[in-house]
Ligand binder design. Structure first.
Ligand code: PLI
Length: 472
């Protein structure tokens, strides 16, 4: 789908435009309402200018996150009815185990209630106090669990990832020189593992190339270091490899996914994203001894190793979601919709992170509001203004999300100060994307009159979720 429809003149001439369309039709709908501007202003004030604190009934188009917000298919809903709710040995667990083995290729599976449950288990088992955990940019919950386990996060992503205007095709890549320097400086024994994420969320949904993960495997093998993958949006990463990396155009998403995972030692997953469910997560590894430890620890925090905090019906929905999410036409339509929105904004010269990533459009709040200092929370401000304009809910991914350095107590000042318009899977139509783009345009037009925010309440952990702000 191109943002500019053919005109009457072009229609008569030779016409070669071909659109894709979503590989599904809608069977059930959920009404949406837009509340009045005055009601939005009141709701936002009550929420302390934090979109996480809004009631969802006060939201019109919800682009807070793509996490747990997917529409499940008729097959997944049918699978929910086949839940085997036995405490131990549910047949749905074995379906899920087989799906992960088949599509991701790992030997052993431990279910978890969601991604951070899996991150917690892996961090507790695989990190010793004082060890470094190099990764391709931080993610909020991932880094926190690594730090709570005594690890020290080290960012080893390529520099281009921190530049919203760099057109590097694989901005999620690990900078192998940075990693080699860390290994040389600290010693391989002081590296817990490499924490590698597919389509890097905080960088704008930017992918990692197959060449990069292969080279990473070679480097880590030389030093006996493990690589664990955050597979949360790895299917979307596989799409970019298929599109951009030579030798992969004719390979299926499923084949690319499995090859990529084969260069890693295990993965954790928020099934709430790629796997098309509303709740769930998992951890999968190849090493038998590590699996033994994980399956023992899961009993303490999540539940028995054959349910890990999930109902049988949830595991069935994930197993079916895994099969559905690796279909090429699904991924193409999913990323195509994100691009449709991004192309409109690009045409209107609104500053966004380029190249357009997999799961969201990231507005570049620094260029949007050049008159605001980072400590005036430009990205949080932009999310608030969008809500006031149209009831659209976005999310801050800048200084509030970055939190504080555990050693110095100072704010982290990330280079990227972004507002994320996250697209749920199989939920909104192209018309919704038009409405969103037009609202962003209106907020952009009013940018010079916009004032920043100050933080009035700061929780200790993952502050962005529950912080409160006020107008300056
Ligand atoms: O929200 P969880 O606990 O199921 O998953 C945590 C998590 C881990 N890795 C990555 C890359 C994520 O994006 C992630 C959660 N992301 C959320 C909630 C988001 O809105 O992006």
């Amino acid at each position: 789908m191109s943002p500019s429809a053919p005109t009457l003149q072009t229609m008569g001439q030779q016409f070669s435009r071909r659109s894709w369309a979503e590989p599904w039709k809608i069977k059930m709908v959920e009404p949406l309402h837009m509340i009045s501007p005055a009601a939005r202003a009141q709701a936002l004030q009550e929420a302390g200018y934090n979109t996480f604190l809004l009631k969802s009934e006060a939201v019109y188009i919800d682009l807070l996150t793509d996490s747990g917000t997917s529409a499940m298919s008729d097959r997944q809903w049918a699978g929910m009815m086949l839940g085997d709710e036995a405490y131990a040995g549910s047949r749905n667990f074995y379906h899920l185990e087989a799906a992960v083995q088949n599509y991701y290729g790992y030997n052993y599976l431990v279910p978890a209630h969601q991604g951070r449950g899996a991150e917690h288990l892996l961090s507790q088992v695989a990190i010793q106090r004082g060890q470094y955990v190099p990764g391709n940019m931080y993610f909020t919950t991932t880094r926190l669990h690594q730090e709570l386990a005594g690890g020290i996060f080290a960012d080893v992503i390529v520099d281009e990832a921190h530049d919203p205007q760099s057109l590097h095709p694989f901005k999620g890549n690990i900078d192998l020189d940075k990693l080699a320097a860390l290994i040389a400086r600290e010693g391989a024994a002081n590296i817990a593992y490499v924490s590698l994420a597919g389509t890097v969320n905080m960088a704008g949904g930017q992918p990692v190339s197959m060449a990069n993960v292969k080279a990473l495997r070679a480097l880590t093998d030389r030093h006996g270091i493990k690589v664990y993958l955050d597979a949360t949006r790895m299917v979307e990463n596989a799409f970019f490899i298929q599109e951009r990396e030579s030798g992969y155009a004719d390979k299926s998403i499923a084949a690319i996914l499995k090859e990529f995972c084969s260069y890693t030692d295990g993965a954790w997953m928020s099934a709430k994203k790629d796997n098309l469910v509303n709740i769930g997560g998992w951890l999968a590894v190849n090493d038998t001894a590590l699996y033994e430890e994980l399956r023992n620890l899961v009993v303490v925090y999540e539940g028995l190793h054959t349910y890990g905090g999930l109902a049988g019906r949830d595991m069935e929905a994930i197993a079916i979601g895994i099969e559905e999410c690796v279909q090429d036409d699904h991924v193409r339509a999913r990323i195509g919709q994100v691009r449709y929105l991004g192309d409109l904004l690009t045409t209107w010269q609104i500053p966004i992170v380029q190249p357009i990533g997999g799961h969201a459009i990231f507005l570049d709040a620094r260029r949007f509001y050049p008159h605001l200092a980072q400590i005036q929370f430009p990205a949080q401000t932009l999310a608030a203004e969008l809500y006031l304009d149209s009831g659209i809910r976005a999310m801050e991914r800048g200084i509030a999300s970055a939190g504080r350095d555990p050693k110095t107590g100072d704010h982290h000042y990330p280079k990227l100060e972004l507002t994320r318009l996250t697209i749920p899977r199989r939920v909104y139509t192209q018309a919704h994307m038009d409405v969103v783009a037009e609202s962003v345009h209106a907020v952009y037009e009013a940018r010079e009159q916009t004032r920043g925010l100050k933080m009035t309440h700061e929780p200790k952990y993952l502050r962005f979720f529950q912080a409160r702000f006020a107008r300056e």
